[in-house]
Design a protein around this ligand. Sequence first.
Ligand SMILES: Nc1ncnc2c1ncn2[C@@H]1O[C@H](COP(=O)(O)OP(=O)(O)O)[C@@H](O)[C@H]1O
Ligand SMILES: CC(C)(COP(=O)(O)O)[C@@H](O)C(=O)NCCC(=O)O
Length: 286
Amino acid sequence: MPLPLSETELDALRGLGEQVDLAEVADVYLPLSRLINLQVATRQRLHETTTTFLGEQSRRSKTPFVIGIAGSVAVGKSTTARILRTLLARWPDHPRVDLVTTDGFLHPRAELVRRGIMHRKGFPESYDRRALLRFVTEVKSGAPEVSAPVYSHVAYDIVPGEENVVRSPDILIVEGLNVLQPGPSLAVSDLFDFSIYVDAHTEHIEQWYVERFLALRHTAFADPGSHFHHFAGLSDEDARAEARHLWRTINEPNLVDNILPTRPRATLVLRKDIDHSINRVRLRKL
Ligand SMILES: Nc1ncnc2c1ncn2[C@@H]1O[C@H](COP(=O)(O)OP(=O)(O)O)[C@@H](O)[C@H]1O
Ligand SMILES: CC(C)(COP(=O)(O)O)[C@@H](O)C(=O)NCCC(=O)O
């Protein structure tokens, strides 16, 4: 299969600290996008079978195929999501692919403060899970226009008035830490047609988190409006200590207690080595 992605395009999709190259895109992401592309067509036929069985008028609106992408903070979910989105949209049938990240469904900062859970950002209870479920349900039921709120890492809060509008895509990618969590009743994971868990050793992810934190001092934290601006001037040693503290008190417990237990639920697990390269792909066939 020819690779429909150039080096320059890949550069624009690669997140801070990620190392994915065109060889990995060709080896892993391109075949994965083909498998999903085939499953989208099959799933559509399955829906049509049910519509016919029920004697309903064949609706012109399609049912979007929903993909969930889960994994720890700093594991590289957003890079995976962006590459997949681009590749899926380039198959000859040109499906329209939309991407939403679940940080838009975090409770606004004031609400997290009110509930006393500012130190639990990214934990299941820090999200408005009903709003997320409602959003994906509406997209999946063919609504012409559904909007999601938008989160800003710089403001460390939901951006008032900003929205991510999804207009009846063929494929919707939902990316976020906890998207594979089951719920007491219906959960967003029940609406996934395919799901991916981006995996790596916890110690390696900690190292990536710390390195990214050091790098962010010169990019995002340098912005005077950034919630983390006070970290911009830290020495390497102090920044490392701060990042380790954030990792050990927030992101590692969330990974161990909430995110890792959802890994067996994924259709596909991409496991990364210490250099971020994907060293194993496990696909659930059942
Ligand atoms: N404090 C921050 N300021 C600005 N950007 C950030 C900050 N933390 C994370 N990011 C960016 O947000 C995106 C999502 O990060 P994260 O939730 O850790 O998931 P992942 O690394 O798995 O994609 C990444 O592109 C990352 O570089
Ligand atoms: C915004 C996040 C909760 C991730 O959100 P997601 O889109 O994965 O739901 C996370 O990147 C985050 O900011 N965690 C807080 C702790 C920290 O700053 O490391």
